[in-house]
Design a protein around this ligand. Structure first.
Ligand code: HEM
Length: 140
């Protein structure tokens, strides 16, 4: 069976742009989070509050991104990786507050910091993919 390629509509293209903006904001948010964590440790502990507030905001982003990925008919792989981004982001809370409850040693909490790398790499990949999609032929 052959699939004929259809041109994407301007509204799908707009949604793809919004997705790209969302994923870039997410990646920049992760960098800022690492900055504020460092500032809390090295400059002033008050920065931890900024880290908490920004963190709770950045952590919400994958949800609208996932909705956008579906509405913008992104490739399945991209949508699945956005699901993964949502799960990896949720892990930030699990590492902070869940590790001892499930019997893991307390040092597992430090994976909250390591996970920042995973979140950034994933967001960077998704940004590249959605950028390539917008630059390539506008078909689906
Ligand atoms: C170098 C990387 C990071 C370090 C060292 C770090 C460290 C911390 C620390 C020490 C806390 C406070 C825990 C407490 O209140 O006792 C915290 C809270 C938090 N962090 Fe991070 N963090 C890092 C990266 C991130 C990233 C990338 C995110 C992504 C969104 C994030 C999201 C959060 C959130 C949402 C909270 C508040 C949780 C709550 O209020 O329940 N952190 N972090």
């Amino acid at each position: 069976m052959t699939h004929s390629k259809r041109r994407v509509t301007p509204s799908v293209r707009l949604l793809r742009w919004l997705y790209l903006v969302g994923v870039i904001c997410f990646a920049l948010g992760v960098v800022l989070q690492v900055f504020f964590a460092g500032a809390a440790l090295l400059v002033n502990p008050d920065y931890l509050n900024t880290h908490r507030i920004l963190g709770n905001t950045v952590a919400l982003l994958p949800v609208p991104m996932l909705i956008l990925a579906m509405l913008a008919r992104m490739p399945h792989r991209t949508t699945l990786l956005t699901v993964l981004l949502t799960l990896v982001t949720a892990l930030q809370y699990a590492f902070l507050w869940g590790v001892t409850d499930i019997g893991l040693p307390v040092w597992f909490r430090a994976f909250h910091a390591v996970n920042a790398i995973v979140m950034f790499v994933l967001a960077e990949r998704l940004a590249r993919t959605s950028w390539k999609l917008l630059r390539g032929p506008q078909v689906e």
